[in-house]
Design a protein around this ligand. Structure first.
Ligand SMILES: Nc1ncnc2c1ncn2[C@@H]1O[C@H](COP(=O)(O)OP(=O)(O)OP(=O)(O)O)[C@@H](O)[C@H]1O
Length: 503
């Protein structure tokens, strides 16, 4: 449990030089300890949430939820889009608040959007800072590169670009070579020339560099004299809805259609029938008139279930390229480049090769995890003035190592813990007996096996005395439903989850 504030809130992080007195040193140590407590609590909250809602739901909504800071018992979490904020606020804020309350006695959880903010280098993965002015998209005529405006028609001017996300800072490996080559080809096409691959559709799991490549295309395309608009799907969505409300939809469409290249990020978030229709018209109008369209999403077109079939097939009709997970070599390249850039902002910051190797091997699978680990090292280095060694790194990124490699839960452990908790035998759970004192633990154990392990329903059925998968499905649905209505049962299940996960 943490009692006092942990990480500093957004924009207020400060790192001074080496402490000149024991008191200052003690203060820094205590800051670092608090920061550690907060991160550990955050790690536990995430693990519990993931275990409760299941991997699939978790990976749809939560990988980009980040801890922004804790102050006065108020936990600030941030997400990159307004859409995600609304969704999490509507569906999960109570659960998040309860988990924070239990794990760290937090009084309240606040959710904010970190759009138009850049990660402040060196402030730890948990801290962000506003950047002014936001870099506006890119158009060849200076008059078109207007400032942010509340006018919905001007949404078509695009979402903010991060000036650091360029081709020059993008590292190449086997996993992204094709995506990078296609992106460069699109960005390098002379102004006014026809499209290269239409649309270019990039997809990859979280944090593998889609946004980086898309923004690089937008920046380089503009430098190359093309009129480029970069939009997140969310901005497209809200822009269109706002334009409809203010009856300037025509202007919005006209603006979008008056460009050479439309770049849309995070397409998986595009929702709503009228928005989809408009997206489809825009896509068709642009492509039919020979404009380039570039799209990124977290899955291939065929798996964008919320989209209509004709939109999916249009998207699949160009070049679809997957960015595969980063291999160790590429992780090392990204880490080295990031360290060098951090070193420029924080003279003296240097990370030995063995530490970079440790991070590449143990601290997660994507670029964001790597950034987080390096920022953590920088924060520890600046707060405690300790040199970065392998030993120091192991402590500083301990929780990231754990979350990078979630512990595997075994069905055997679930059976043993549930049996003990309900005072029945393992054999009872696996038997065909149908008395209430056995049925309940059996169904809960099946539910836990489904939510805490990656085993399929038939596999779970086999492990539970050779039952059919429909029996398992029935049990999972039943407990899932009860957890939503029966508070006492929900608490029991929660306790069991914790016991199993802590095993
Ligand atoms: N090949 C790479 N070279 C350099 N940096 C990279 C590379 N791949 C990822 N990164 C860095 O990793 C971080 C996450 O990347 P990015 O935001 O582009 O991922 P994403 O695929 O768009 O994720 P999401 O699905 O969450 O939007 C960024 O800081 C990015 O610069």
């Amino acid at each position: 449990m943490f009692k006092s504030d942990g990480i500093e809130p957004s924009g207020q992080a400060h790192f001074s030089g080496p402490a000149s007195s024991a008191a200052a040193r003690a203060g820094k140590d205590s800051d670092a300890r608090e920061a550690n407590h907060t991160r550990e609590a955050w790690d536990r909250v995430r693990r519990r949430l993931r275990a409760e809602i299941g991997e699939e739901v978790y990976s749809s909504w939560f990988p980009r939820l980040e801890l922004d800071g804790v102050q006065g018992g108020i936990v600030r979490l941030s997400v990159p889009t307004r859409f995600l904020k609304t969704w999490i606020q509507q569906h999960y804020i109570d659960r998040l608040s309860a988990l924070w309350q239990e794990e760290a006695s937090a009084a309240r959880v606040e959710l904010i959007v970190r759009t138009a903010v850049l990660r402040a280098p060196g402030t730890g993965s948990a801290t962000i800072r506003s950047v002014t002015p936001a870099v506006r998209v890119v158009a060849t005529e200076p008059a078109a590169a207007v400032a942010v405006s509340a006018n919905p028609a001007e949404v078509a001017n695009g979402s903010p670009l991060d000036p650091r996300l360029t081709f020059a800072s993008y590292r190449l490996g086997e996993s992204n070579r094709l995506a990078h080559a296609a992106a460069q080809k699109v960005a390098g096409a002379p102004a006014g020339s026809g499209p290269v691959f239409n649309p270019l559709y990039l997809h990859a799991a979280v944090g593998l560099g889609k946004t980086h490549l898309l923004q690089a295309i937008a920046a380089a395309g503009a430098e190359n004299g093309r009129r480029v608009v970069y939009l997140t799907a969310e901005r497209f969505m809200y822009g269109f809805v706002a334009a409809l409300k203010s009856q300037s939809a025509l202007a919005f469409k006209e603006q979008l259609r008056g460009i050479d290249t439309l770049v849309i990020d995070d397409l998986q978030f595009l929702q709503g029938k009228s928005v989809q229709q408009e997206f489809c018209h825009t896509l068709n109008a642009l492509m039919d008139s020979g404009r380039q369209v570039v799209i990124a999403a977290d899955r291939p077109p065929a798996e964008l279930d919320a989209l209509e079939e004709r939109v999916r097939s249009r998207l699949a009709g160009g070049l679809v390229v997957e960015i595969a997970p980063l291999d160790e070599e590429l992780k090392l390249e990204i880490l080295a480049a990031r360290t060098a850039s951090l070193g420029q902002q924080h003279p003296g910051f240097n990370v030995p090769g063995d530490v970079l190797g440790f991070i590449a091997r143990h601290c997660g699978q994507n670029g964001r995890d790597l950034d987080g680990a390096l920022n953590r090292l920088l924060a520890h280095n600046q707060l405690t003035s300790r040199a970065i060694t392998l030993e120091m790194a192991e402590t500083a990124v301990r929780d990231l190592v754990r979350s990078g490699e979630p512990k595997r839960v075994r069905v055997d452990d679930i059976l043993r813990i549930v049996a003990k908790h309900y005072n029945v035998s393992r054999a009872d759970i696996l038997s065909q007996r149908r008395t209430a004192n056995v049925v309940k633990p059996r169904q809960i154990a099946m539910y836990l096996a489904k939510t805490l392990t990656l085993r399929s329903l038939p596999e779970i059925g086999r492990r539970f005395g050779g039952r059919d998968h429909t029996t398992v499905l029935h049990a999972v649905r039943k407990i899932d439903g009860l957890v939503g209505t029966d508070r006492a049962l929900a608490e029991e299940v929660e306790t069991l989850k914790r016991l199993v996960s802590d095993e």
